[in-house]
Design a protein around this ligand. Structure first.
Ligand SMILES: Nc1ncnc2c1ncn2[C@@H]1O[C@H](COP(=O)(O)OP(=O)(O)OP(=O)(O)O)[C@@H](O)[C@H]1O
Ligand SMILES: [Mg+2]
Length: 359
């Protein structure tokens, strides 16, 4: 299950449009998708014709711990599900003020979700408040839509600072990717914006851009995602390209992790990996200490060693294990975290989950 959040405190830069279009296109590709609306404006739902005032079991009830996430999930179409939002959610920040773990409410709710979604797409509100913070803590990666009219490196700096803070203080490694949206290719200004973003952010900026397309606005006011409204317009083509990129990226990451295991073996000059050796990896920057503890070492935290694989920071440890089922967790900068790359988890009876590995 890959969790992607759409965030930018700038209003109107294409977060919701991207959340809707990407979710719908991923579902068309046979991926099972959950779209979570974390914006009290309820625009993600509106984009599918769901009126915020008609939403009963919303993300607000879930975050407040009144109902489990599963109870709020509703189907939009084949492979596509949503948890909607409405204006009541705007009370969340105030009600949570000063309470412990308030920034982990979404993470905790997702840990108890029936784990058969391929993607969770989270649409954030236009602020860097507690709701967006919850999304950042829960997400595996963040897409930052930047439109040419609202282009402001100051705003972007603030968001990237927050991402860095989350990595350093909470040990939650959060890769980001900039997406240029609402780009009018006919204007020199728009072109310059795209060039500047791609030069400045390199691989952290999608080559795919989303062009300005009037059909997007029409589709939104008709309560339909772009693929259901017009499959011949530029926006549909652009969002299809983005969907393809994101699905390719997923394959690359799997290949990297797999290749990483064999690199390690080659480096040690060993022959074939034995069935009982398991390589645990955790992606986090080098200055964030990572330890592992599990049923295989009496839950005594042991440090992983830091390495870089194809330019990505990785903490690694190979452990010899006899056949069986083991539970484990990482201790990242003093905080217990289950393995974000392993979808097999089990209740830890402390309000969270442990990761599970079968040997
Ligand atoms: N590629 C596009 N071409 C034309 N219009 C677009 C495009 N992308 C978004 N829009 C329009 O721009 C407006 C803002 O887009 P959207 O709601 O996706 O932004 P947002 O970042 O979610 O806004 P908010 O910060 O208020 O949540 C909407 O009216 C939407 O229809
Ligand atoms: Mg929005």
């Amino acid at each position: 299950m890959k969790k992607i959040c759409l965030a930018n405190q700038k209003g109107g830069c294409g977060k919701t449009t991207t959340a809707i279009s990407l979710s719908s296109c991923l579902a068309n590709q046979g991926k099972k998708v959950l779209l979570i609306d974390l914006d009290p404006q309820g625009h993600s739902g509106l984009g599918f014709g769901v009126k915020p005032e008609q939403v009963e079991d919303s993300i607000y009830e879930v975050l407040m711990g009144r109902i489990p996430m599963n109870a709020a999930v509703r189907m939009l179409k084949e492979n596509l599900y949503t948890v909607s939002s409405n204006v009541v959610l705007s009370a969340f920040e105030q009600l949570m003020a000063g309470l412990p773990e308030r920034e982990y409410k979404l993470t905790q709710a997702l840990a108890h979700l029936d784990d058969n979604f391929d993607y969770v797409i989270i649409d954030c509100p236009p602020s860097l408040g507690l709701l967006t913070f919850n999304a950042l803590m829960a997400a595996d990666e963040i897409i930052i839509p930047v439109d040419s009219s609202s282009f402001s490196l100051n705003g972007l700096d603030k968001l990237l600072e927050t991402v860095k803070l989350i990595e350093e203080k909470a040990g939650h490694w959060l890769p980001y990717k900039i997406l240029a949206t609402n780009i009018d290719r006919r204007t020199k200004f728009s072109k310059r914006v795209v060039e500047k973003l791609q030069t400045q952010f390199g691989e952290s900026c999608f080559e795919t851009t989303i062009n300005t397309c009037t059909r997007i606005r029409e589709a939104a006011s008709d309560g339909k995602p772009i693929d259901a409204y017009d499959r011949h317009c530029t926006a549909f083509r652009d969002y299809q390209n983005l969907t393809r990129k994101i699905m390719e990226e997923e394959i690359k990451i799997h290949e990297k992790v797999f290749a990483g295991v064999f690199d390690l073996k080659d480096g040690e000059g060993q022959t074939q990996p034995t069935e009982s050796e398991v390589v645990f990896t955790f992606r986090a920057p080098g200055h964030t200490p990572v330890q592992i503890a599990g049923s295989f070492n009496s839950w005594t935290p042991e440090p992983l060693s830091y390495t870089e694989f194809q330019g990505n920071p990785v903490w690694k440890m190979a452990i010899q294990l006899k056949p069986g089922t083991y539970q484990y967790k990482y201790l990242v900068d003093g905080r217990w975290i289950h393995d974000p790359q392993n979808k097999d988890t089990i209740d830890d009876f402390l309000g969270g989950v442990n990761s599970v590995v079968n040997v």
